[in-house]
Design a protein around this ligand. Structure first.
Ligand SMILES: Nc1ncnc2c1ncn2[C@@H]1O[C@H](COP(=O)(O)OP(=O)(O)O)[C@@H](O)[C@H]1O
Ligand SMILES: [Mg+2]
Length: 304
């Protein structure tokens, strides 16, 4: 990387030059709503940590999602909902440049992180993935590493030399923040693989938070968990959103209603077409007063 390259980590608040900077980068338009009816704008103020513009994603020649323009306001939770196969995972994986790790996968359009296009030529994918954490459906801690070492496993800490007390402090602070400390404080050296599924998932969230990301992506983080563990993850989501902006894919409508501030509904209209954003807005409105018949049918459980 050259000296003057823009990385996500050390990027200025505003882009110096980007190919397609939005017209009002510090305060972009509210989520696009296809319905003609007016709808209240997001309540969040201040700059958007993340937004996408006309994002399309492909696997080879197959277009999986098309032209998704969405904003993720700071310190809010946005739920992505839609039937299986509509492209939710594909879209979310474009938000931290994981999509491109699939052979022949690519995307077009833009993803802005702190007003920097993460697909700009100078952007560093490793820095992007550090700033945009991800949690998956199946908890994926390092099973043979200790609980403490899972927290310290992130690239930030493998590069940074912390002394023993700094490491101890970081582990405790992070595990407390993830609501896991009391359950594991007496076995920090035990293997992470010995934790329950719900604990492992909270450990994965803790590991992601230890990197102090701007955005945390969660792709159906509770679908492998029992109801009680699910509620604990939801509590955790609510407690961390003052620190991180959250995008969560869920097929559980009650979960979307419980944890999210905004909801975006994506669907495929006809077989073989890409997934498209149908409607987005405050969660209460998407569930209580959707503008599109397709949204209404989906949130009421009549299809999908
Ligand atoms: N690795 C892949 N290779 C090729 N096609 C894929 C791959 N992953 C997903 N797809 C296709 O992309 C579309 C969207 O899938 P996905 O993003 O997983 O949907 P969702 O998460 O909403 O269920 C589907 O048609 C799926 O078959
Ligand atoms: Mg998926």
């Amino acid at each position: 990387m050259t000296d003057d390259a823009v990385t996500v980590e050390d990027a200025p608040e505003r882009p110096r030059t980007t190919d397609a900077a939005p017209t009002t980068p510090a305060n972009p338009a509210p989520p696009r709503i296809e319905a003609a009816a007016p709808r209240s704008a997001p309540v969040a103020t201040g700059p958007m940590p993340m937004y996408t513009r006309d994002l399309s994603a492909f696997f080879g020649s197959h277009k999986a999602v098309e032209n998704i323009t969405l904003d993720f306001p700071r310190n809010t939770v946005t739920a992505l909902i839609g039937p299986s196969g509509c492209g939710k995972s594909t879209y979310i994986r474009c938000l931290n440049r994981m999509h491109e790790m699939v052979p022949r996968a690519r995307c077009t359009g833009s993803v802005y992180l702190r007003d920097i296009d993460i697909y700009a030529r100078e952007a560093d994918p490793v820095a992007v993935r550090r700033a945009v954490g991800m949690v998956f459906q199946r908890p994926n801690p390092f099973p043979t590493k200790s609980i403490a070492d899972n927290i310290l496993a992130g690239p930030k800490f493998t590069r940074t030399k912390l002394n023993k007390s700094e490491r101890t402090d970081l582990v405790e602070r992070t595990l407390r923040g993830a609501g896991l400390w009391d359950e594991v404080k007496n076995r920090l050296d035990a293997q992470a693989g010995g934790l329950s599924g719900g604990q492992q998932q909270r450990l994965c969230i803790a590991r992601a938070l230890a990197e102090e990301p701007d955005v945390l992506l969660m792709d159906e983080p509770c679908s492998a968990l029992d109801p009680q563990s699910t509620l604990r993850i939801e509590d955790l989501i609510r407690s961390i959103k003052d620190r991180v902006t959250i995008v969560i894919v869920t097929h559980n409508m009650q979960q979307a209603a419980r944890v999210s501030d905004f909801t975006a509904f994506i669907t495929i209209e006809n077989e073989g077409e890409p997934g498209r954003l149908i409607e987005t807005g405050p969660t209460a409105e998407i569930f209580g007063n959707p503008q599109h018949a397709r949204t209404e049918a989906y949130v009421s459980g009549r299809f999908g």
